[in-house]
Design a protein around this ligand. Structure first.
Ligand code: 5RP
Length: 218
């Protein structure tokens, strides 16, 4: 089974967690693209979706799923999204697709975060995948210097501007043994909009697609 097939299995398994007449928070990425296909198959059963990126919004609309503004929604029961890495505490690195800020906002509002991944995303210690950090463009050099003080090797992602008009710095060479503490520390650096650590708001349920089926971790 290919990695993409494992992603598809995890994504379709998420349908089980969607309640009738609910509004569904939708993440971003190739795994989520499979989830949007799955969601389209039950679109008459849901009220619509709140999207975390222009990319997902375009696909949702193309498949006839209503996209609602988060500000119009007082309650979001579920958020479904992928991850670049996930550890045993359901803490994640996200932002490989540069959508981390809106993803973190929608995840914060949702009652339940269902993370859909293939088994290659599971790790003991986060940090092998470079940590994406969204920065205000005028602060990118300053933020890079601050990241070096934390032991990271910062690399500006070339040619990428986020949906919010900002840049992404990928922080390489971090062994993240205390994700909660690092997330907080990065939040305190002026010029960083969002860092890709999802430790304060981890996933609640993880669906792991593998060649032997999809495992549910609660
Ligand atoms: C986008 C993300 C994605 O969830 C993450 O990059 C995983 O992507 P994929 O499902 O394509 O492997 O955080 O910003």
């Amino acid at each position: 089974m290919t990695q993409d097939e494992m992603k598809r299995h995890a994504a379709w398994a998420a349908l089980e967690f969607i309640s009738k007449d609910s509004i569904v928070g939708v993440g971003t990425g190739s795994t989520v693209n499979h989830f949007i296909d799955a969601l389209a198959s039950i679109k008459s059963d849901i009220r619509g979706a709140v999207s975390s990126s222009e990319q997902s919004t375009a696909k949702l609309k193309q498949l006839g799923i209503a996209v609602l503004d988060l500000n119009e929604v007082s309650e979001l029961s579920i958020y479904v999204d992928g991850a670049d890495e996930i550890n045993g505490q359901k803490q994640m690195i996200k932002g490989g697709g540069a959508a981390l800020t809106r993803e973190k906002i929608v995840a914060a509002v949702a009652k339940t975060f269902v993370c859909i991944v293939d088994s290659t995303k599971q790790v003991d210690v986060l940090g092998c995948f470079p940590l994406p950090i969204e920065v205000i463009p005028m602060a990118s050099s300053y933020v890079s210097r601050e990241l070096k003080k934390l032991g990271a090797t910062p690399v500006l992602r070339q040619g990428v501007i986020t949906d919010n008009g900002n840049q992404i710095i990928d922080a390489h060479d971090l062994q993240i043994t205390d994700p909660l503490q690092l997330e907080q520390q990065l939040n305190n650096i002026v010029g960083i909009v969002t860092n890709g650590l999802f430790a304060r708001r981890p996933a609640d349920i993880v669906l792991v697609g593998s060649s032997s089926g999809t495992k549910v971790i609660k």
